[in-house]
Design a protein around this ligand. Structure first.
Ligand code: HEC
Ligand code: HEC
Ligand code: HEC
Ligand code: HEC
Ligand code: HEC
Ligand code: HEC
Ligand code: HEC
Length: 240
């Protein structure tokens, strides 16, 4: 039995069925067969994932497309074959028909209308330094709005854009309700123009469009004191 393995291994290694794809070309040659193959011909999923660490990390977290129902139970080679020459595309799939919901992140509203995947999937939106250099990767995006959208409010409002904005359009801020701030607009305030209490400003050299900047806490405190003062004077008036 031992004798069989010793002779079987070199025999296997001599008969590569064809050139490897461009992405794996550096593994050409008999010293690298076992980067992907177990002794004998079998492909080792674990070996693929030893190299593809970022994908492995996603799978370990049970996140992303490679843990979706479309992939579960299938061998890697069902979709990623090899030895078909340098120009063979290891990643044959139709981007136009790709069901993004399988990644665990549904494209909604304006995101559904983005035709070019690369508008989201490109290096500027990727934090991982290794992945940044991989021009064809779909890994590495962070679903937080701020990872792709500029902070229009220049840190004057919460980072969590989704608290106030949906995926359709930024204006109006359809999820924002003044009634859930510390300063609900009641009575005569309900009809006051936003701009009366919130000044428009230009910040950080952004002068192409004016930004709606919300007042500092100190100014807001002043407004509140002014209101309390008004209230006190009204109460005073009523009592006297
Ligand atoms: C980058 C990974 C990789 C490397 C390196 C690699 N192979 Fe493969 N090999 C594959 C994959 C993937 C398949 C499966 C192709 C398929 O079935 O579509 C395969 C299939 C084979 C098969 C056919 C096995 C079968 O069950 O039909 C042989 C033989 C083979 N490889 C030999 C070699 C030899 C010899 C080397 C080294 C010179 C080598 N391979 C290097 C990935 C690799
Ligand atoms: C020794 C490391 C190594 C091993 C082992 C390895 N790969 Fe790769 N693979 C790479 C590198 C490097 C690239 C180029 C892109 C990158 O930097 O990730 C790549 C690219 C790919 C791509 C993307 C190709 C593209 O055009 O975007 C797929 C799919 C892939 N490998 C699948 C596999 C599978 C399946 C196996 C196991 C049979 C495997 N790899 C084994 C290093 C490896
Ligand atoms: C509006 C932005 C946006 C567009 C457009 C977009 N994606 Fe994504 N995609 C994301 C985000 C964000 C994630 C990460 C989701 C997560 O981490 O849960 C992601 C994840 C993925 C993943 C999963 C990566 C993993 O971890 O397994 C794949 C695959 C993918 N996208 C493919 C595509 C393809 C193909 C297209 C074009 C048809 C596309 N995406 C268009 C934002 C986008
Ligand atoms: C049902 C088909 C299918 C199976 C099975 C499958 N993949 Fe993939 N794989 C894809 C598609 C489609 C993409 C392109 C979208 C993406 O990057 O997630 C991809 C992308 C990749 C990439 C490039 C990731 C990136 O975006 O940088 C690697 C590496 C990879 N697969 C390895 C594997 C390994 C290892 C296995 C087995 C554990 C496997 N795949 C199983 C379809 C498949
Ligand atoms: C991975 C990158 C990415 C992430 C994360 C992301 N977006 Fe987007 N978003 C885009 C791209 C790209 C567009 C299209 C812009 C274009 O076509 O110029 C877009 C468009 C929009 C639009 C349409 C208005 C406009 O500026 O075109 C809204 C509204 C929007 N996103 C809201 C959100 C919200 C809310 C979140 C977080 C919950 C979010 N986005 C997360 C990339 C992203
Ligand atoms: C507390 C609520 C709140 C949060 C959090 C918030 N916004 Fe806004 N945003 C608003 C309000 C209110 C407006 C003004 C809408 C209007 O003019 O009707 C606005 C306006 C905008 C506009 C201008 C739309 C236009 O065309 O004039 C953009 C772009 C925008 N927000 C992006 C963001 C981004 C990106 C984030 C996260 C970094 C974010 N917002 C966080 C409330 C919020
Ligand atoms: C009468 C004065 C007044 C008017 C009018 C007013 N606001 Fe405010 N607004 C305030 C005060 C005071 C606060 C601070 C509440 C707090 O500290 O939570 C505030 C807070 C906010 C915040 C910040 C919420 C947060 O989570 O930090 C936003 C966004 C906002 N207002 C948007 C608007 C918009 C849009 C309009 C017009 C529809 C408007 N406001 C009209 C006084 C006003």
């Amino acid at each position: 039995m031992v004798g069989f393995i010793l002779t079987a291994t070199p025999v296997f290694c001599q008969i590569s069925p064809g050139k490897l794809s461009k992405a794996h070309a550096s593994m050409e040659g008999i010293s690298s067969c076992t980067s992907c193959h177990e002794l004998g011909a079998k492909i080792s999923e674990a070996k693929c994932l030893d190299c593809h660490k970022q994908l492995k990390a996603r799978i370990t977290l049970s996140k992303g497309y490679h843990v979706s129902k479309e992939i579960k139970g299938k061998e890697c080679i069902t979709c990623h074959s090899e030895h078909h020459g340098v120009n063979f595309d290891l990643n044959r799939f139709d981007e136009k028909k790709f069901n993004h919901t399988l990644t665990g992140y549904e494209l909604k509203g304006a995101h559904k209308k983005v035709e070019n995947c690369a508008k989201c999937h490109f290096e500027d939106h990727i934090a991982d330094i290794k992945l940044k250099q991989n021009k064809s990767t779909f890994l590495g995006l962070d679903p937080k709005c701020i990872s792709c959208h500029e902070d229009y409010h220049q840190k004057t409002l919460a980072n969590d854009c989704a608290k106030c904005h949906n995926f359709e359009q930024f204006k109006p801020a359809s999820l924002f309700k003044h009634s859930s701030t510390d300063f609900p607009l009641t009575g005569s305030h309900a009809n006051v123009d936003c701009i009366k209490c919130h000044k428009t400003d230009i910040k950080n050299g952004k002068n192409s469009n004016s930004l709606l900047i919300f007042l500092s806490k100190i100014v807001l405190l002043a407004i509140k004191i002014h209101m309390v003062a008004n209230l006190v004077s009204i109460v005073h008036h009523v009592i006297m």
